[in-house]
Write a protein that binds this ligand. Structure first.
Ligand SMILES: Nc1ncnc2c1ncn2[C@@H]1O[C@H](COP(=O)(O)OP(=O)(O)OP(=O)(O)O)[C@@H](O)[C@H]1O
Length: 658
C-alpha cells in the first residue's frame, strides 16, 4: 500500500508541476536555467529571506489597499458571458469527471477490503466484475475530462480572439499623441501576452479552480464520512501549511512581477536593435549591442535565480509538509486499525482522499494567483480599450459636403499648436496661410521649423489648440476623417511600405483595392516612373518588398509611393521631398514623376530643392511658428535680406539638382 501511495504521490507531483507549467511559462525557462547555469546563486541571492520577510510584512499591511475591486472581477468575468453555453457544458463534464475521480479512492478501499475477505473462487469472480465496472467508470471519466478540456480551451481561445480584436480596433482608432507616448513593444505585449493571460484566467483557470474546489469539498466530505476522528486529526495541520503557502505565494508573485518587468525591458532592447539592424551594422556596433542585450538578460537571469530559489523553498516545504501530514495520518490510522476502529481499505481510501485534498488546495491557490494575474493584465487592456481618443475617428460626415470643395482654397487661420507630448515647445503661434485651390504651394523653412507639422494638421493627425483649418471655408473638424483623408494623397520623405507585394503596396491607398484592375496599377506605376524597374524583378508586380520595404532601394520606394498616390487620385496632394541623396538618375525620375502628378490638384510640397520651389505658384517660408514670408519665387528673391534668400544662400534649399 505504501508503494501505491508513493506512486500516487509522485504522479500527483508531476500533475501538479504540469498544472502550474501550463500557467507559468517561467517553469519551462527554469529547465534551461538549471541545465546551463551562467551565474551561480551567491550570498546576495540568499538575501531573499530578508526581503521575503520585508515583503510579507508590507503585503499584510497593503492587503486592504490591494483589495481587488468587485467591479474589476465582474468586468473580467463578463468576458466569459458569450461563452455561457459552453462553460455550462464544461461544468457538467467537470461534475462527471470529478465525480469519477472522487469515487476512485472509495472503490479502491472497498476492493482492498474485498480482497482480504471471503472464499477464493467467489472472490476471483467478483473481483473480475468489479474491475470491469471500474474500468467502464474510468472510461466515462476520461471522456468527460477530454470534453471538458477541449470545450474550455476552445472557449478560452475565442475569448482571447475577441479581446485581441477589440484591443487592436481600439489601438487603431487612437490619436497620434497616444502613439507618440506609447512604445510599440508595449502594445504588442498587450495584444499577445496580456490577452492570452486574461483569456486563460477566466476559462482554463476558472475550470481548474472549480475542479479543485469540488475536489477539496468532496474530499473533505468523504474523509469525514470515513473517519471523523482521523479527519479532525489530519485537517488540524492543514491550516498552518495553507497560511504559509498563501504568504509565500504572495512573495513569489511579487518576484514574478519583477521578472516580467526586467524581461519586458530586455525584449524592448532586442526589438529596437533588431529593427535597426542596418544602422547597427553600418556603424559596426554589433559587439556593443550584444553586450547591452547580455546585460539586460543577465538582469533577467538574476531575477530568475531569486524566483527559482523561492520556488525551491516553496515546493520543498509544501512537499515535506504534505508527506509529514500523510505520515502522521498513517500513524494515527494504523493505531485505529489495531483498535479495529477502521479497516485497511478505509485507511487506504482515506489516505488517497487526503492526498487529493492537499493537491486540490494547491490548485486553489494557483487559481487565485492566476485570477490576480488575469485581473492585472485585464486592467492594462481596459486602460487602452476605455481610452477616449482626443480626436475620435468619425466615419460619417456631419455636413452634407460634396468632394468638389477640395478643389478650392485651404486656409490655416490663426493656428496655434504644440505637440501633446511636448507642451513647452510652441510649434505654431497664430499662423495664417491661404493656399489657393488648384495651385502648388511650396513650404520652406529651417529644419524643425514645422513644415511636416503643417501637413499633419491638415490630415487631422493632431488638432490645433487655437484657430482652425478650413477647406473651401469648411472647418475640417466638421468633416469625417475618413472622408477628408480619402481626398488627400501623401508622399512622405521616407515612404512606408508594408511587407506585401509591390502590387498590393500600390493599391494600399484606394478604398476598395479589390476593384482595382492590374491595368490601373501598371498605369500608375508607369506615371510614377516605376514600371520598368518593377518589370525587371523576377516576380515583377508580385515581388515582396520585405519588412518595411527593406528589399528595395530608397528611390524605388519613393516611386512606389508615388504610384500609390497616383492610383488614389486625390484632390489634395501632400509631398515631402526626399532630402536624402538619391542618385541623379533616381532623383531625375522621381522629380519627373512628381511634376506629372502635381497637375490639376492643390499641392502642398515641403520643398528642399530649388527646382521644385521655382516651379511652385506660391512659396511660404515658416519661421518662429509663423509664415514669415509668402510670395512667388520672383517676389521673394527680389526682397533684400529676406529669409528666403538666406535659406538659399545657406544651402538649406538644395541647388545641386537645379
Ligand atoms: N510627434 C512629435 N512630438 C513632439 N514633438 C515633435 C513631434 N514631431 C515633431 N516634433 C517637433 O516639432 C518640431 C517641428 O517638427 P517638423 O517635423 O514639423 O519640422 P520640419 O520643419 O518638417 O523639419 P525637417 O525639415 O527637419 O523635416 C521639431 O522641433 C520636432 O522635434
Amino acid at each position: 500500500m505504501l508503494f501505491a501511495l508513493k506512486n500516487l504521490n509522485n504522479s500527483n507531483l508531476i500533475i501538479k508541476l504540469c498544472y502550474r507549467k501550463n500557467f507559468n511559462p517561467f517553469y519551462s525557462n527554469l529547465n534551461t536555467l538549471y541545465s546551463r547555469p551562467l551565474i551561480k546563486p551567491n550570498k546576495k541571492n540568499l538575501n531573499f529571506l530578508a526581503s521575503f520577510i520585508r515583503s510579507t510584512k508590507s503585503s499584510i499591511k497593503n492587503e486592504n489597499v490591494q483589495k481587488i475591486k468587485k467591479t474589476e472581477i465582474r468586468r473580467l468575468l463578463s468576458l466569459a458571458k458569450p461563452e455561457k453555453k459552453y462553460l455550462a457544458m464544461a461544468v457538467l463534464l467537470l461534475a462527471v469527471s470529478s465525480g469519477v475521480t472522487m469515487a476512485v479512492p472509495f472503490c479502491i478501499g472497498k476492493l482492498i477490503d474485498f480482497i482480504q475477505s471471503g472464499n477464493k473462487e467467489e472472490m476471483k469472480e467478483n473481483l473480475k466484475k468489479m474491475t470491469l465496472i471500474m474500468g467502464v467508470i474510468f472510461l466515462v471519466g476520461a471522456f468527460a475530462n477530454f470534453g471538458r478540456v477541449y470545450v474550455i480551451r476552445a472557449s478560452g481561445q475565442r475569448i482571447v480572439t475577441r479581446l485581441r480584436q477589440n484591443l487592436f480596433q481600439s489601438i487603431m482608432y487612437q490619436d497620434m499623441a497616444f502613439f507618440d507616448k506609447t512604445k510599440t513593444g508595449e502594445l504588442v505585449n498587450r495584444l499577445s501576452t496580456d490577452a492570452e493571460v486574461v483569456g486563460l484566467s477566466i476559462s482554463q483557470n476558472l475550470s481548474d479552480g472549480l475542479r479543485s474546489a469540488i475536489q477539496v469539498s468532496a474530499g473533505i466530505g468523504m474523509m469525514l464520512y470515513m473517519s471523523p476522528q482521523l479527519s479532525a486529526y489530519g485537517l488540524s495541520i492543514i491550516p498552518a501549511v495553507t497560511v504559509f503557502a498563501i504568504i509565500f505565494g504572495r512573495y513569489i508573485k511579487k518576484i514574478s512581477k519583477r521578472v516580467q518587468d526586467v524581461l519586458a525591458s530586455a525584449t524592448d532592447v532586442a526589438e529596437e536593435k533588431l529593427s535597426n539592424i542596418r544602422t547597427v551594422r553600418a556603424f559596426a556596433q554589433e559587439d556593443k549591442e550584444i553586450s547591452s542585450y547580455m546585460k539586460s538578460i543577465h538582469d533577467v537571469l538574476n531575477m530568475k535565480y531569486k524566483e527559482a530559489f523561492a520556488n525551491g523553498i516553496f515546493f520543498g516545504t509544501t512537499g515535506l509538509s504534505g508527506n509529514l501530514i500523510i505520515l502522521s495520518v498513517l500513524y494515527y490510522g494504523g493505531v485505529c486499525i489495531t483498535e479495529q476502529a477502521m479497516t485497511v481499505g478505509d485507511l487506504s481510501a482515506f489516505m488517497i482522499y487526503s492526498a487529493w485534498v492537499g493537491i486540490s488546495m494547491a490548485g486553489l491557490s494557483s487559481f487565485y494567483t492566476e485570477l490576480m494575474r488575469g485581473i492585472g493584465a485585464s486592467t492594462r487592456i481596459w486602460e487602452i480599450i476605455d481610452r477616449e481618443p482626443a480626436i475620435p475617428i468619425v466615419t460619417k460626415n456631419k455636413l452634407n459636403l460634396s468632394s468638389d470643395i477640395f478643389k478650392n482654397d485651404i486656409k490655416f487661420e490663426n493656428v496655434s499648436f504644440t505637440y501633446p507630448t511636448r507642451r513647452e515647445q510652441a510649434i505654431f503661434k497664430n499662423l495664417d496661410l491661404v493656399i489657393p485651390g488648384g495651385k502648388v504651394c511650396a513650404v520652406v523653412g529651417q529644419s524643425g521649423s514645422g513644415k511636416s507639422t503643417l501637413a499633419s494638421l491638415l490630415l487631422r493627425l493632431y488638432d490645433p489648440e487655437e484657430g482652425s483649418i478650413k477647406i473651401d471655408n469648411h472647418d475640417i473638424r466638421l468633416m469625417s476623417q475618413t472622408w477628408l483623408r480619402k481626398h488627400i494623397g501623401t508622399v512622405p520623405q521616407e515612404p512606408a511600405l508594408f511587407s506585401m507585394s509591390i502590387k498590393e503596396n500600390i493599391a494600399y491607398g484606394v478604398p476598395n483595392p479589390e476593384n482595382i484592375t492590374l491595368e490601373q496599377i501598371y498605369q500608375a506605376a508607369e506615371q510614377a516612373n516605376a514600371f520598368s524597374f518593377i518589370h525587371q524583378f523576377p516576380d515583377k508586380f508580385d515581388t515582396l518588398v520585405g519588412e518595411r520595404g527593406l528589399n528595395i532601394s530608397g528611390g524605388q520606394k519613393q516611386r512606389i509611393a508615388l504610384a500609390r498616390a497616383i492610383l488614389k487620385d486625390p484632390k489634395i496632394l501632400l509631398l515631402d521631398e526626399a532630402t536624402s541623396a538619391l542618385d541623379s538618375t533616381s532623383e531625375f525620375l522621381v522629380q519627373e514623376a512628381l511634376e506629372r502628378i502635381m497637375v490639376n490638384r492643390t499641392v502642398i510640397v515641403i520643398a528642399h530643392r530649388l527646382s521644385t520651389i521655382k516651379n511652385a505658384d506660391l512659396i511660404a517660408v515658416i519661421d518662429q511658428g509663423r509664415i514669415a514670408e509668402l510670395g512667388t519665387y520672383k517676389n521673394l528673391t527680389q526682397s533684400n535680406n529676406g529669409l528666403f534668400k538666406e535659406l538659399v544662400s545657406r544651402q538649406t534649399i538644395r541647388t545641386n539638382s537645379d
